[in-house]
Design a protein around this ligand. Sequence first.
Ligand code: SF4
Length: 344
Amino acid sequence: MSKTRLLGKTPAQLKEIAASCGLPSYTGGQIAQWMYQKKVRSLDQMTNLSKAARERLSQDYEVGVTEPTEVFTSADGTRKYLFPITFEGRPPFTVEAVMIPDEDRRTLCVSSQAGCKMGCKFCMTGRQGFHGNLSAADILSQFIAIEESDDLSNAVFMGMGEPLDNYEEVMAAINVLTADWGFAWSPKRITLSSIGVLPRLKDYLEGCKCHLAISLHNPFADERLEMMPVQKAYPLEKVIDLLRQYDFSGQRRVSFEYTMFRGFNDDKRHADALVRLLRGVHCRVNLIRFHKIPDFPYGTSPDPVMEMFRDRLGAAGVTCTIRASRGEDIFAACGLLAGKHNTA
Ligand code: SF4
């Protein structure tokens, strides 16, 4: 029988585990320190636990860091790590974490699910279908097991999967990242990106201080629905209505991701509709170059069109930037994750 992973658990949960093994409850706090502050990979390395305590715990538990099986480095320094995620009785599924260096920043783009059930037409992950949720341990492994672990400045939940569709585990991981007893990151270092799963979005806004990015991609409901089935269950207008109830002018920010598809969502009509839609929301819009994928009718908008779009939003008072594309040569750019490594 496989062992239970300790990674992702709170000190309170670890204390209960310690007590259930007949160990003093402060052992739980010690384990948390070893895992989250010293980032050790095994119980054996927790040298202030007695040998007997380590042996007792090892019978049923392990730290549970998943190590990457491969790493690819892009010409621009972006690094993509492949992690094998195991689901009971099935062959491992590969998920990806991408480390993006930029001057003095090191941003980790994290995966939250193996595949995705949201079915966005432009996304390679969506095409793979859904294979399972990552556990908090799987998510935290992406932070711990990469070479740049101690140098990370930021994290974005923008890798494979819809994070709000795996709410409990994503929040457990964010809790470890931001707690004083955990990694002690400020919530300002973390951005969660979602296509707008409304019920969970409300929970997230109520319960978490991290930033939010919404995948918008089209201001017109009928056109958005063509690309994003989620539009039917959770219309964008309702998502924006919900966001209007929160203040994004202080510590927490909201941004909107807008992938530019040539001839589909990139003309003045779209820019003007976007301005109307976002009126009164303190936000930023990020324009993203689309990376062509097989059997998809659209390419990316040419640079002059993207610049026109950006300037039109800017002139109407909406802060807008064109996001630099990174890691395209190792299939690490937006929308390309999982393009190469899973055949399922
Ligand atoms: Fe899922 Fe995000 Fe891809 Fe949509 S864009 S299918 S939500 S991973």
